[in-house]
Ligand binder design. Structure first.
Ligand SMILES: [Mg+2]
Length: 231
């Protein structure tokens, strides 16, 4: 690629590991179970439903009542309701606890820092474009000590989420580069790959788990280090 001036990174599953999420949900669900006198079946249902919601892997009949644009708190509400808990603040409390625990549990992938440093040493501008609530995504960045980005665009702050082109346009404006001068790397084939492509950026799919391709990335890598020779 020539003429690259900026690299945008997705956060979850790209710069950060995302294999701790089930444990975080289990801990938040355990606390809700204690509060409402629920058993392990509730905890298992919560872990299963939120895993299916985030990763699109596995099926949870409880998700049938959650709209496709539903939020994690809606998943908590559905799981709690299925176990007879309809108190108005129950889902919000469980979700808020999950956010707290999740922000604290954030961990970088091994190569993330090295790749960010290398990109910056080459004079490239760097950004994060991430879907999620402000408190959670900013909390994760603070936990892992990631800073120095030229732009951090969080869907919960800007009112647009990937794959919407507006969120990529906001990042490009903050970076002061054109779409043709920017690369976006992410693990989600819809939000990151299709979104970046539609917005005119070079789309790099990071496929850490050998998933089947269901999108049309310009490049595919299995580790962020493979990004560097492409820049
Ligand atoms: Mg991701």
């Amino acid at each position: 690629m020539s003429g690259v001036r900026a690299v945008c990174f997705d956060l979850d599953g790209t710069l950060l590991r995302d294999d701790h999420v089930d444990d975080v949900v289990r801990e938040a669900a355990d606390e809700a179970a204690s509060r409402f006198g629920l058993g392990t079946r509730f905890v298992d249902d919560a872990v299963h439903a939120l895993h299916a919601y985030w990763f699109g892997v596995g099926e949870s009949p409880l998700l049938s009542t959650v709209p496709t644009d539903g939020l994690p708190v809606d998943v908590w509400r559905a799981v709690l309701a299925a176990h007879g808990i309809t108190e108005p603040d129950a889902a919000t409390a469980a979700y808020r606890r999950q956010i707290q625990l999740e922000a604290r549990a954030a961990r970088l992938h091994d190569e993330s820092l090295e790749v960010l440093v290398a990109a910056r040493q080459r004079g490239l501008r760097t950004a994060v474009i991430t879907n999620g609530p402000s408190e959670l995504q900013r909390g994760k960045l603070a936990t892992v000590g990631l800073d120095g980005f030229d732009a951090v665009i969080v869907s919960g702050e800007v009112g647009h989420r990937k794959p919407e082109p507006e969120i990529f346009a906001l990042a490009l404006a903050a970076l002061r580069v054109d779409a043709g001068e920017a690369v976006h790397v992410g693990d989600n084939q819809i939000a990151d790959v299709a979104g970046a492509r539609a917005a005119g950026l070079t789309a790099v799919w990071i496929n850490r788990n050998g998933a089947a391709a269901a999108s049309d990335p310009h490049h595919t890598v299995t580790d962020l280090r493979e990004l560097l020779p492409l820049l």
